[in-house]
Design a protein around this ligand. Structure first.
Ligand SMILES: [Zn+2]
Length: 482
């Protein structure tokens, strides 16, 4: 226990100072916590404080220190920023959150165009993570062993101490196995002692079958207990499960983790009806690792402040937006977690609304700052992705994952929504038009198409990152009313 205490102190010191962690200490601490949980069932008094936010005043000075260290490091050691800072009037010795707006934000295009210019001279790149963005050419982000180990170990601590993951659990991962998220999740889960099953985004019927199949493993629950998927893949699972007559009783699921795309209220409701377990809606992206957010019971997105600096910028002017307004999440991951690909004020393109100033947070994550949930991506249309998907996920006749396209017509600002339906009928169209009117969506019309190829622009979703298997004609177990 004395050793654990010393490691805790070491971790706390790194967190507080914003300096690099000692990888072996954090890994050993994750191991200590796992062993303690196995033996005593709880991590002991004060364990949760390891990851909890300190009081707001300490927090402010911490943010200032971490940010200064991060900016200084980028300005001195990263080619892109070294060049950029030649034209920026900023004192690197005193830079803080108030001055950071003088640094021009970093666009996705800049990183995509010259990924190596963002790799620190002092970085030790070992793994190239390519984004699986559905919107264009992939972006490459290089990670060092240090970054991978620290992110995995702190992730394991969070899973054990905050999410209650235990060695008896089995985690089924349905995200693409080519992603850094898959790599890090596998590493974190195995550090907790829980089981990890890399299912990948395979044919949803294969995934349902794997989720339902008993495992017969010593010290483990009989079936997969945790499912991790993107929203569109989860939607595909829901559709196949509904059509196949599966029910919650067929599975041993205890929790579903979803991220990477917008989870609508309507889809969340359908997932709940089917699987009857809590759904953890998370937010992260390859470029901003380890910064990650989670949606609370009051539908805010909370982004803890200790892993990166969070801003919300107007998509056009790139100035900070006022409370109540919509802007793009802009993130600066702190140097104590990211020493290789360094990014300052990275504009994610994911839109959120800044909460009204007067709004007091009364939710379970109130200690961490919050915005609205992700509303979609910057498109130039008045409509957000979430608006459109809420409308379409509410209509159960439409196939999942939902495919649509927005078309700007000649007259100023008039948007036509094209939607893929299995059978385009007048009745379905009328229902969608009525609901769109109820929701006051600024649409000039809705067009139903039966073939995705007939959409004016292709609709790509993460569920399309399908991985193939040799499973064929999976027999449907007796008793299921397929
Ligand atoms: Zn909240």
């Amino acid at each position: 226990m004395f050793i654990t205490g010393m490691r805790q102190l070491g971790l706390a010191w790194s967190i507080l100072s914003g300096r690099a962690f000692r990888v072996q200490d954090v890994l050993a601490l994750a191991d200590d916590v796992r062993a303690t949980l196995e033996e005593f069932g709880s991590a002991g008094e004060g364990a949760n404080d390891m990851l909890g936010p300190p009081d707001p005043e300490i927090q402010q000075s911490l943010t200032r220190r971490r940010l200064r260290r991060t900016v200084r490091n980028a300005a001195q050691h990263t080619p892109y920023y070294r060049h950029l800072f030649e034209g920026v009037d900023i004192d690197l010795a005193t830079v803080g959150p108030d001055m950071i707006t003088r640094i021009p934000p970093t666009s996705k295009q800049a990183l995509r165009g010259m990924p190596s210019a963002f790799v620190s001279d002092r970085g030790k790149p070992v793994l190239a993570a390519q984004t699986t963005g559905t919107t264009g050419t992939p972006t490459t982000v290089w990670f060092s062993r240090y970054e991978l180990e620290i992110t995995a170990a702190t992730g394991a601590l969070a899973l054990m101490l905050t999410n209650g993951l235990r060695t008896e659990h089995i985690w089924g991962n349905c995200i693409t196995t080519r992603s850094i998220a898959h790599y890090l999740t596998e590493r974190s889960i195995t550090l907790t002692g829980a089981g990890f099953v890399p299912i990948g985004p395979v044919d949803p019927q294969v995934a349902l079958d794997r989720l339902a199949t008993p495992m017969h493993l010593p010290g483990k629950r009989p079936q997969i207990t945790h499912l991790n998927a993107t929203s569109s893949y989860l939607a595909a699972l829901v559709q196949d499960a509904e059509r196949g007559g599966w029910t919650a009783a067929d599975f041993g699921l205890q929790e579903i983790h979803v991220g990477g795309e917008i989870l609508t209220d309507a889809l969340r409701e359908r997932v709940r009806e089917l699987f009857d377990v809590p759904i953890i809606d998370g937010y992260s992206m390859t470029e901003i690792i380890p910064v990650a957010g989670q949606v609370c019971g009051h539908d805010h997105l909370h982004l803890p402040v200790d892993q990166g600096h969070v801003e919300v910028l107007d998509p056009v002017t790139l100035e900070p937006v006022a409370p109540g307004a919509v802007g793009s999440l802009t993130i600066t991951p702190f140097v104590s977690y990211r020493d290789t690909t360094t990014l300052l004020r990275y504009v994610t393109g994911d839109l959120v609304r800044v909460l009204p100033e007067a709004q007091k947070l009364g939710c379970e994550f109130a200690a961490a700052p919050a915005t609205s949930r992700i509303l979609g991506r910057v498109t130039g249309s008045q409509l957000t992705t979430k608006d459109v998907l809420e409308l379409l996920h509410g209509e159960r006749v439409l196939p999942l994952p939902t495919r649509y396209a927005l078309e700007e017509t000649g007259s100023a600002g008039a948007t036509v929504l094209h939607v893929v339906a299995e059978r385009a009928s007048r009745k379905l169209l009328a229902r969608l038009e009525e609901r769109a009117a109820d929701l006051a969506l600024p649409l000039a019309g809705i067009v139903l198409v039966e073939d995705p190829a007939d959409l004016p622009t292709p609709c790509r979703v993460r569920a399309d990152l399908r991985e193939h298997t040799f499973h064929h004609n999976i027999p449907i177990p007796a008793g299921r009313n397929a």
